[in-house]
Design a protein around this ligand. Structure first.
Ligand SMILES: Cc1ncc(C[n+]2csc(CCO)c2C)c(N)n1
Length: 228
């Protein structure tokens, strides 16, 4: 079995829990509250900024143009394309995207971003691929499942979101898996187990991110909702 298939198999219960999460089910039913959508976009805007920076760290560690190309493409994808699903949530919530940018991180997004940054700073390309992979992979499967199960028409409030993630995530997920499988062939069992831990923790934190948005999670002691 390929290393990426092993990762997917071990994470299956987390993937299933993500599909059943009330925020994801709320996208399917179109019944999310305005505050939940706003909290998601505020936090995800900052998450994506960090994701771009992590790709920058990854590029600084590449020793060949092909790997640089994979990460470089993804920076452009986030900057130019990933604004569409955010705009969909903003439209449904009735708020301007610009007003949701620059907020400080909630506990779970803070945790997730610090996890990715620690691995990016301390690890090599296989570590970085393993820690980042749950991001496109869980969204790919959520998008596909919602396309199948909801089969939304243009009147569905989250039509654009579902179409975007259902159709646009195969390529990056396949590229990350193929490169990780190639690199894993030269790794020891101990090294592969470390990558598995990174991958599984990112899957758990994907779940926590949905939960953070659904519960509008904040720090235990409220502060002014100041911009970062
Ligand atoms: C918490 C969270 N996880 C995953 C994504 C989806 N996503 C973010 S960046 C990217 C492209 C990868 O190169 C994808 C698919 C998201 N928006 N927010």
């Amino acid at each position: 079995m390929k290393f990426s298939q092993e990762l997917r198999q071990e994470a299956d219960s987390i993937f299933q829990a993500i599909f059943e999460h009330p925020f994801v089910q709320g996208i399917a039913k179109g019944d999310l509250k305005k505050e939940q959508l706003i909290h998601y976009v505020k936090q995800d805007f900052e998450y994506l900024n960090s994701f771009i920076q992590i790709y920058g760290i990854a590029i600084s560690k590449c020793d060949n143009r092909e790997d640089m190309q994979i990460f470089n493409e993804q920076i452009s994808f986030i900057l130019n394309s990933e604004v569409h699903p955010h705009n969909n949530f903003c439209q449904v919530a009735g708020v301007a995207y610009e007003d949701l940018q620059g907020y400080s991180l909630s506990p779970s997004s803070h945790h997730y971003i610090r996890h990715m940054l620690t691995v990016a700073y301390s690890g090599g390309i296989p570590d970085i691929l393993a820690v980042l992979l749950p991001c496109p992979w869980t969204y790919l499967e959520i998008g596909k499942k919602l396309l199948e199960e909801v089969n939304p028409d243009i009147t569905h409030p989250f039509y654009d979101w579902i179409q975007f993630y259902g159709a646009r995530m195969d390529s990056v997920t396949d590229k990350f898996c193929a490169r990780l499988d190639e690199l894993a062939q030269n790794l020891s069992e101990k090294q592969k187990n470390k990558l598995k831990e990174y991958f599984l923790l990112s899957c758990q934190l994907e779940y926590k991110f949905w939960d953070m948005a659904y519960t509008v999670e904040e720090w235990p002691v409220a502060r002014e909702n100041i911009k970062a």
